[in-house]
Design a protein around this ligand. Structure first.
Ligand code: SF4
Length: 213
């Protein structure tokens, strides 16, 4: 099967928006660094509500630290159009029940697929409930995230919830590099593990083995 170019698909979609129209986008966000470039780019075309729904993050203090950093970024970064923020309540049980039995898998495996779907499903459902034109996530900006999975899950959910998914592979066109530049510019906290307790465990093992070499 030929690989799809989600960036090109997004280019075409943006080009098809009539002049003077700014569709409403519900943008799931995992953290401030990944949101920085995504907002710089997409706020040119969409009125965005950023949706911080990340029950995967552990420990709880880390969840609030990332949420606060996102809030700060939104208050400091000059953006085109209206951008607002919803921070969902923290309920890690939602994540632990979803990934039960997948705890020991490495990052990038099936546990991550389920974790993407959990967050995207809540985003799609809220987008439909509140009448957004599109939903999307910042997650595809990371070279560690599977953009094909993210787009396939989004398309499936778009069909279920009757709300359009924005095709995206935000790391393309230097998106990841730009997010690092913006993170430096705004002094953003950049975490060194994906988010869940299992990715933190694997990070700790890596750090320890480097220290003992
Ligand atoms: S490693 Fe990241 S994407 Fe995978 S399950 Fe953990 S938090 Fe979710």
């Amino acid at each position: 099967m030929q690989n799809r170019n989600y960036q090109l698909e997004l280019d075409k979609l943006i080009a098809s928006i009539p002049e003077g129209v700014r569709p409403k986008l519900l943008l799931h966000a995992c953290c401030a660094p990944c949101s920085s470039y995504t907002l710089e780019y997409l706020s040119k075309y969409f009125d965005i509500t950023v949706y911080f729904y990340d029950p995967n993050i552990s420990p709880e203090e880390e969840f609030f630290k990332r949420a606060e950093e996102l809030k700060r970024l939104l208050s400091e970064m000059p953006l085109d159009g209206a951008v607002s923020l919803i921070v969902e309540d923290y309920d890690s049980d939602e994540f632990y029940s979803a990934v039960k039995g997948l705890e020991d898998l490495p990052e990038g495996g099936q546990r991550c697929y389920v974790c993407y779907k959990l967050r995207l499903e809540r985003t799609a459902s809220l987008a439909a409930e509140r009448g957004f034109d599109y939903f999307a996530t910042t997650l595809s900006i990371s070279p560690y995230k599977n953009a094909r999975w993210l787009n396939e899950i989004s398309e499936e959910l778009a069909g279920i919830y009757s709300v359009a998914a924005l095709p995206a592979d935000l790391k393309k066109r230097g998106g990841y590099k730009r997010s690092i530049e913006l993170s430096k510019e705004y002094g953003l906290y950049r975490q060194d593990y994906c988010g869940c307790v299992f990715s933190k465990r694997d990070r700790d093992i890596r750090v320890k083995s480097r220290g003992e070499q």
